[in-house]
Design a protein around this ligand. Structure first.
Ligand code: KG4
Ligand code: ZN
Length: 354
């Protein structure tokens, strides 16, 4: 029997059992990660090798360097994930991998490794969308959380507001018309001389600042739940240049706090309104920007005031990791989804077609 035929049978057996230990690989951007998660919920290991320090030298992710670093790090991360989980390959039921969206060369490293492992070990291969992975980090952090829920996914590459109708089924409520929220954080951080990726450091700086000190324009969008950060970003950067030209010294803490407030007010306001309107009662947060302290506080405060149950993963599961990919893979597996050995990277993969 061919590999593909055997795996269909194996997948059916796993679905019937409703249990699986999944080893996942994530390499879509600048983190090489591998993790083992049981039944989509129980994290046995979460190995992450970050390339951030290297890319910081260039002020952003250099795709060619990212691909090379993934090649070097992927095997050690898989070994680390297994040893942390105190498991061998025999204990694993299926292999999962992020196949998009992301940088093509970076994705290909993970996809090639996962295919080689799946074939050599004779295990099913499950393809995972990176954004769905971010959403699924909530299933690990909150074992009782089940769809439906509204989820705000804000990262360096994406800003989406989605309704999760069932596992693996999404309705798009809104998205960014231009820059992602994380991208705006990183670009504004640059004018404050904060090294890449500026989001986490800008957030830290903002904790000490006065968020009323500088005034930035309010952002409007046509779609009720859409976002736009490009205009705000440009206005903020222009204001910094203008102030400096006029000989004023910028108070970095106040500037960071005022900008962070402007972004968080939009994200939290729309996320809470969308969750209220959806009537499902659950609001979850995901993606690298979900690590932002003010966003976490505001979502908690406004969400609870609106009578919603609020969920958010710990910061380590908000930024890129493979545990979230293994969790998403479990639910994909339960839906009968399987990749063949012809699986390819899809840099522009979408969460919702249309
Ligand atoms: O999800 P992620 O690790 O990678 C992508 O899929 O893009 O998100 C990385 C993004 C970066 O733009 C980073 O600056 C931002 O998330 N980020 C933050 C914080 N931590 C990470 N932005 C604001 N505040 C933070 N604490
Ligand atoms: Zn991500």
């Amino acid at each position: 029997m061919r590999y593909e035929e055997r795996m269909k049978q194996r997948l059916e057996a796993l679905r019937a059992r409703g249990k699986a230990r999944i080893l996942a690989i994530e390499s879509s951007c600048d983190e090489t990660a591998a993790a083992v998660v049981e039944d989509g919920r129980v994290m046995r290991s979460n190995a992450i090798s970050s390339q951030i320090a290297l890319h910081a030298l260039y002020g952003g992710v250099v795709p060619e360097i990212a691909s090379r670093m993934h090649v070097e790090a992927v095997d050690p991360m898989i070994e680390q994930a297994l040893s942390q989980a105190q498991m061998g390959f025999d204990d694993i039921d299926a292999i999962a991998v992020t196949y998009g969206p992301g940088l093509v060369g970076a994705l290909l490293t993970g996809v090639a490794s996962a295919k080689a492992l799946a074939y050599a070990l004779d295990k099913p291969l499950i393809p995972v969308n990176h954004i769905e992975g971010h959403v699924s980090a909530n299933y690990i952090a909150h074992p009782d959380l089940e769809p439906p829920m509204v989820c705000l996914v804000a990262s360096g590459g994406h800003s989406h507001l989605v309704r999760v109708d069932h596992y693996g089924e999404y309705t798009l409520l809104g998205q960014t018309m231009d820059d992602a929220a994380g991208e705006a954080f990183d670009k504004v951080a640059r004018v404050l001389d904060i090294p890449y990726p500026g989001g986490p450091l800008l957030d830290k700086l903002a904790e000490e600042g006065d968020d009323h000190a500088y005034r930035f324009p309010k952002v409007t969008t046509e779609g009720k739940y859409d976002f736009s950060f490009s205009g705000l970003k440009t206005a903020v950067i222009n204001q910094a240049h203008k102030l400096r030209q006029q000989g004023h010294k910028i108070n970095a803490q106040d500037f960071a706090a005022s900008f962070r407030r402007a972004v968080v007010d939009v994200l939290a306001g729309k996320a809470v309104a969308a969750a209220q309107e959806s009537g499902c009662g659950n609001l979850a947060l995901a993606g690298g920007v979900a690590a932002n302290r003010l966003l976490r506080r505001e979502i908690q405060r406004r969400g609870e005031a609106a009578g919603l149950k609020v969920f958010m993963p710990p910061a380590i599961l908000c930024t890129d990791n493979a545990a979230m990919i293994a969790s998403a893979a479990f639910y994909r597996m339960m839906r009968g989804e399987l990749a063949g050995l012809d699986l390819n990277a899809q840099p522009s993969l979408r969460l919702i077609e249309g």
